[in-house]
Design a protein around this ligand. Structure first.
Ligand code: NDP
Ligand code: MG
Length: 382
């Protein structure tokens, strides 16, 4: 029986991970989140983990009282999240925390020798070198949960001897604003941006999908996970979200992974790898799907993809800088304090202040986070 430590358990991916665990009878050793006491209490009562943590001190104190009848130990703070990922008994730590707050817990779990199932893409974008170096040193696999990267990972499993990968083709739904002009984008609201055409996800990633920053994050994530250069990665808009991504070999053979848009499949595959088992995903009926369409992305009106591509080409702390600036700009947009088109504008302007440091430490990334958030708030006159 698989044993799992689950970070970010109350979110969209966290809840779907527990669906998989429930269906397959996996043991949950720890649960961690930010402050959602009601949901985590229910999860603790159902899955009976040994440890739980909430970052928010008050919420953690409340949780401790609520679950006093159970043997679970409740921790608080980011250290509590790290403890749940690194010290609990699970052999796999699935990180579905949102944002680069997940970086330290990921590093701690890697250094404790846990297999990492990673949904938390901001971790790889902000600290790609730190995480991949630590994974190599500790000989632990980094297994993708993100659907595109799970697709690429699955396509690569069939690689023949002496095969050279030429290109990775990341598919993108295009989000709710695909096809819109700049004039139209000037007027979009938060409610419009939250209407994703094919995936139901947490709010931060839903806004990242609307700006296409999510695809930029995924490009950088692919660079680190598959050790490829940014120029080997193309993006294609595919509205139906059935083809989850493709790879191309040097003989021009292209391999794709297909399925309905249901995150429970990539979550389950990351947990069961190297095995495959039946999943709750609906069987794909190509007659029912009918047509699959593919378009070029609109790089002009959605500059976030190039912001990320250029950031990973520059390297050092620049990917961390654009990620952190985006986290703040995304939040300010959700709070109604900046407009949709100010998101890419402020990310580019803030990133100009990023320190030029090819080799960096965790502290450098954390300092860059503070600096970028300050710069974005300054630009927004907050
Ligand atoms: P949600 O917003 O739904 O959930 C986020 C989770 O992280 C919640 O459990 C939240 O706790 C917790 N959390 C928030 N801030 C912190 C913090 N500072 N420290 C510790 N925990 C924290 O996000 P999603 O599930 O949608 O996304 C999670 C990650 O997975 C993101 O990186 C996203 O990009 C990635 N991803 C998501 C996909 C999806 O379909 N949703 C698809 C592919 C990738 P609380 O509820 O208490 O606030
Ligand atoms: Mg994705």
């Amino acid at each position: 029986m698989k044993k799992i430590n689950l970070l970010g358990s109350t979110g969209s991916i966290g809840v779907q991970t527990l669906d998989v665990a429930r269906a397959r009878g996996y043991k949950i050793e720890s649960l961690a989140a930010f402050s959602n006491v009601d949901i985590i209490e229910k999860q603790i009562r159902e899955f009976k983990p040994a440890y739980a943590a909430l970052v928010d001190e008050k919420a953690a104190a409340d949780l401790k009282v609520r679950v006093a009848d159970l043997p679970v130990k409740v921790y608080s703070g980011l250290e509590g999240v790290s403890f749940c990922g690194a010290e609990a008994e699970g052999e796999i730590t699935l990180n579905s925390v949102v944002g680069m707050a997940g970086l330290k817990p990921t590093l701690d779990a890697v250094n404790a020798g846990k297999i990492i199932a990673l949904a938390n893409k901001e971790t790889l974008v902000a600290g790609g070198k730190l995480v991949t170096d630590a994974a190599k040193k500790n000989n632990v696999p980094l297994l993708p949960v993100d659907s595109e990267h799970s697709a690429i990972f699955q396509c690569l499993l069939g690689a023949p001897r002496n095969s050279a990968l030429k290109r990775i083709i990341l598919t993108a739904s295009g989000g709710p604003f695909f096809g819109k002009t700049r004039a139209e984008l000037e007027k979009v609201t938060l409610a419009d941006a939250l209407k994703h055409p094919s995936w139901s996800m947490g709010q931060k990633i839903t806004i990242d999908s609307a700006t296409m920053f999510n695809k930029g994050l995924e490009l950088i994530e692919a660079v680190w996970l598959f050790d490829v250069s940014p120029d080997m990665i193309d993006i294609v808009v595919h509205r139906e979200s059935i083809v989850h991504s493709l790879i191309e070999y040097d003989d021009n053979s292209v391999i794709a992974q297909l399925g309905h848009p249901d995150m429970r499949l990539p979550i389950q595959f990351a947990i069961t790898y190297p095995d495959r088992f039946p999943s709750p995903e609906k069987q794909l009926d190509l007659w029912e799907v009918g047509n699959l369409s593919f378009y070029k992305p609109d790089y002009e009106n959605f500059p976030c993809m190039d912001i990320c591509r250029n950031a990973i080409k520059k390297g050092g702390l620049i990917p961390a800088a654009v990620n952190c600036a985006n986290e703040e700009a995304n939040l300010l947009f959700r709070q109604g304090k900046i407009s949709f088109l100010q998101i890419p504008e402020f990310i580019s302007k803030a990133a100009e202040y990023a320190p030029d440091k090819p080799d960096y430490t965790l502290q450098d990334v954390l300092d860059t986070d503070i600096l970028m958030r300050e710069k974005v708030r300054e630009l927004a006159s907050i």
